[in-house]
Design a protein around this ligand. Structure first.
Ligand code: UT7
Length: 321
């Protein structure tokens, strides 16, 4: 059996905040020109007061189930990648289980920052292969607006809120669809270059994102390049076989570098960073939802996903739609 991506869904909060609005904030000292030139970001969505990761994730999940033609009775497991859970526990995944009205199976969260969705795909694939689940919802949902220092121009302009989801269904391998492989990596030596300290078990900390941007950038270019090579080699495939690159959306310069490495023109790369900014674990499933709905990604397409984030964590996944 293979884990076929049977449906995708996305949810973005109503409020969209432009670079110009940020630039007008007293004391932030930024500009639309700087943000666009260095990151490709033009706007980002911000959750409403009281709107949580589980609220958004449940909406994205319902959209994914609808596209798959599945009802909640098909859901055996719910995996949620998030760095901004509703609470320390219950897990946001279990909150979503409750909101969807799923009364069986199991649900848990995965903490791998911006790589969380790729990790969650890897775990879901393993659950399907070991027969522990036949239908798995994999969700990335984030409210980074609540963990940003809104006076730090080096980080607050980079992130946005939103949720994306896929519904994976066990499907006979002979059909040719599904996840081909997933590749997960981490290296704790680099934990402090992208970090949110503080939190439920902490003895201190600020509770906001801090990032050594230039250092993370350098790791991103080399580690993502290695991860995509690893994914293709594991399946005996080459750059030419890739129909779509669906990268984590942190910075258009990193995305362009990866497209170039794969010899893919930018019109074969799904880009949302301009409108969504970096939604961390939600960025890949949001991009998948957009590109399957507007008809870019079709049945039979080979889709390569990659991400890097706090940990450091990084990885790649390859799927035949
Ligand atoms: O999703 C997880 C993975 N994250 C990433 O992949 C992010 C990787 N890093 C990046 O995308 C980039 O490093 C950033 C977008 C974060 C920063 O771009 P950069 O080209 O590396 O800029 P920099 O940090 O080297 O800063 C250049 C200058 C600095 O001023 P000085 O020291 O040259 O005078 C910054 O203070 O730009 C300044 N700056 C800003 N200026 C206006 C930093 N942020 C801003 C800002 N507006 N928002």
């Amino acid at each position: 059996m293979r884990a076929a991506i049977a449906g995708t869904g996305g949810y973005l909060p109503e409020r969209s905040l432009s670079n110009d609005e940020l630039a007008a904030w007293k004391g932030l000292d930024t500009s639309d020109d700087w943000i666009v030139e260095r990151t490709g970001i033009r706007r980002r969505h911000i959750a409403a007061e009281g709107e949580t990761a589980s609220d958004m994730g449940a909406k994205a999940a319902l959209a994914a189930l609808a596209q798959a033609g599945a009802d909640v009775g098909e859901v055996d497991a719910i995996l949620v990648a998030t760095s901004t859970p509703d609470s320390a526990f219950p897990a946001t995944a279990v909150r979503i289980q409750g909101k969807l009205g799923v009364t069986r199976g199991f649900a848990f969260d995965i903490a791998a920052a911006c790589t969380g969705f790729v990790y969650a795909l890897g775990v879901a694939d393993a659950l399907l292969h070991t027969g522990q689940a036949r239908g798995v919802l994999v969700i990335g949902t984030e409210v980074y607006s609540r963990i940003l220092d809104w006076t730090d121009r080096g980080t607050c302009v980079l992130f946005g809120d939103g949720a994306g989801a896929v519904f994976l269904r066990a499907t006979p391998a002979g059909e040719g669809r599904g996840l081909l492989s997933t590749h997960m990596h981490s290296d704790g030596r680099f934990g402090d270059i992208l970090v949110v300290d503080g939190g439920a078990g902490s003895t201190g900390g600020t509770g906001v994102v801090r990032m050594a941007g230039r250092e993370v950038f350098k790791h991103a270019v080399t580690k993502l390049a290695a991860a995509v090579d690893e994914a293709l080699a594991a399946n005996g495939l080459g750059h030419d076989d890739v129909t779509w690159l669906v990268p984590h959306q942190a910075n258009i310069r990193i995305i362009e570098a990866m497209g170039k490495k794969l010899h893919l023109p930018l019109d074969r790369v799904v880009v949302t960073v301009d409108r969504h900014a970096n939604t961390s674990a939600a960025s890949i499933p949001l991009a998948l939802a957009e590109a399957t709905r507007d008809g870019r990604i079709r049945r039979g397409d080979l889709v390569l996903m990659e991400a890097i984030g706090g940990g450091l964590t990084w990885g790649a996944a390859l799927a035949r739609f």
